[in-house]
Design a binder for this molecule. Structure first.
Ligand code: SAH
Length: 346
């Protein structure tokens, strides 16, 4: 499905058909053109061939669970993962992939091991949200937010990621408010600068993961292209221009970035900034060990004492191997464990 082609497919039809078609896809969430009864029969039959609506996907988990993962098959046969997170407060957030695989090769991330197969088009990003919007519809629920925290680096696919944001945001479409969309980057400075100039209400999240260059460079190859201070200077500029709060993600890895002095260094960097820190439990990808809960609580306390807003994300989606950093396109890797454990809220 390439949403930018709907207009072309409808060429020769009355102009208002385009709005009707978009309404059918994004508002009524039809999965079959036959359901668009405003269209003449012949047009419905033609669209079924020229613009088919089915999305081919395998889902893991069901909508009763806190996380549902879908493995979506793209038109070229490649597969991407996307995760629906159901929060206890009723929000439904979709975590979308922006690329098939990822070029950034972060040491702790399963997707990074795949390397980059290709970037996704804007439509392929939106498709992931549409899939879950359809899944939620029978419950009378909708997708309330989108985070670009699935496979891939959104700022390594900048134009398509931003085009997807605009499509998601479309008032006549899925109508997801910009404030409910977040883009997470591993720290591509040029992307952050461009994003600053967009003047959008979309949230920015930065994968920091270490307060010092040495550790950050060991964890994230992208950190070799800049220092933590250079990254933070670019983020400060973003904050100054947009007045928007930035989220810093900090993965907690045992013996790597969870030492006392790292907690204090992090607090010092964050102090006084319009930001919040999200401490994230490392989901094992077989490389490192997770930091203990005690270490996470210590970091939280140090940050709080420094006046830095902080949240702790213990786990989400682990039971469907849809947790952060576990997104890896290999179907046979998804055997659902029977002991669905304590998936907690973000
Ligand atoms: N490339 C972007 C978007 C991917 S989401 C970025 O780097 O920000 C990346 C987030 O996934 C990281 O910030 C981290 O919060 C999470 N993540 C990656 N690997 C993880 C792992 N093994 N365990 C838990 N979270 C992980």
């Amino acid at each position: 499905m390439d949403f930018t082609q709907i207009g072309e497919v409808l060429e020769g039809e009355p102009k208002y058909r385009l709005a009707q078609a978009k309404r059918g896809i994004f508002v009524d969430l039809v999965e079959d053109w036959e359901q668009v009864t405003a269209f003449p029969k012949a047009l419905r039959a033609r669209l079924a061939v020229d613009f088919p609506l089915p999305i081919e996907a395998q889902t893991f988990g069901d909508t009763k669970m806190t996380a549902v993962k879908a493995l979506i098959r793209l038109s070229d046969g490649k597969r991407i993962e996307t995760v629906l997170m159901r929060h206890t407060d009723g929000r439904n957030t979709v975590c979308v992939s922006s690329q098939v695989g990822c070029p950034m090769a972060c040491a702790f991330c399963a997707t990074g091991k795949m390397s980059l197969l290709r970037s996704l088009s804007a439509s392929e990003i939106v498709l992931q949200v549409l899939f879950f919007a359809r899944l939620l519809k029978p419950e009378g629920e909708r997708v309330s937010g989108v985070v670009f925290m699935g496979m891939g680096e959104p700022f390594a696919n900048y134009d398509n990621a931003l085009a997807a944001v605009r499509m998601l945001n479309d008032h006549d479409g899925l109508n997801i408010g910009a404030r409910h969309i977040s883009i997470s980057t591993c720290g591509i400075l040029e992307g952050i600068r461009r994003f600053t100039s967009e003047a959008l209400q979309v949230n920015l999240a930065i994968s920091l993961h270490a307060p010092d260059d040495k550790t950050r460079r060991e964890l994230m190859p992208v950190a070799r292209t800049h220092t933590v201070l250079e990254l933070l200077a670019v983020v400060d500029e973003y904050i100054a221009q947009t007045k928007r709060k930035v989220m810093f993600e900090y993965l907690m890895i045992g013996g790597k970035n969870d030492a006392d002095e790292q907690a204090h260094a992090l607090a010092k960097l964050m102090q006084g900034k319009l930001c919040m820190v999200n401490l994230i439990a490392y989901n094992s990808t077989g490389v490192f060990v997770p930091a203990t809960r005690e270490r996470m609580v210590f970091f939280k306390t140090v940050l709080e004492q420094a006046g830095v807003p902080v949240t702790v994300r213990f786990r989400h989606g682990r039971e469907v191997k849809g947790a952060c950093g576990q997104l890896l396109t290999k179907e046979d890797a998804y055997v659902l464990p029977s002991d669905v454990t304590d998936a907690a809220s973000v």
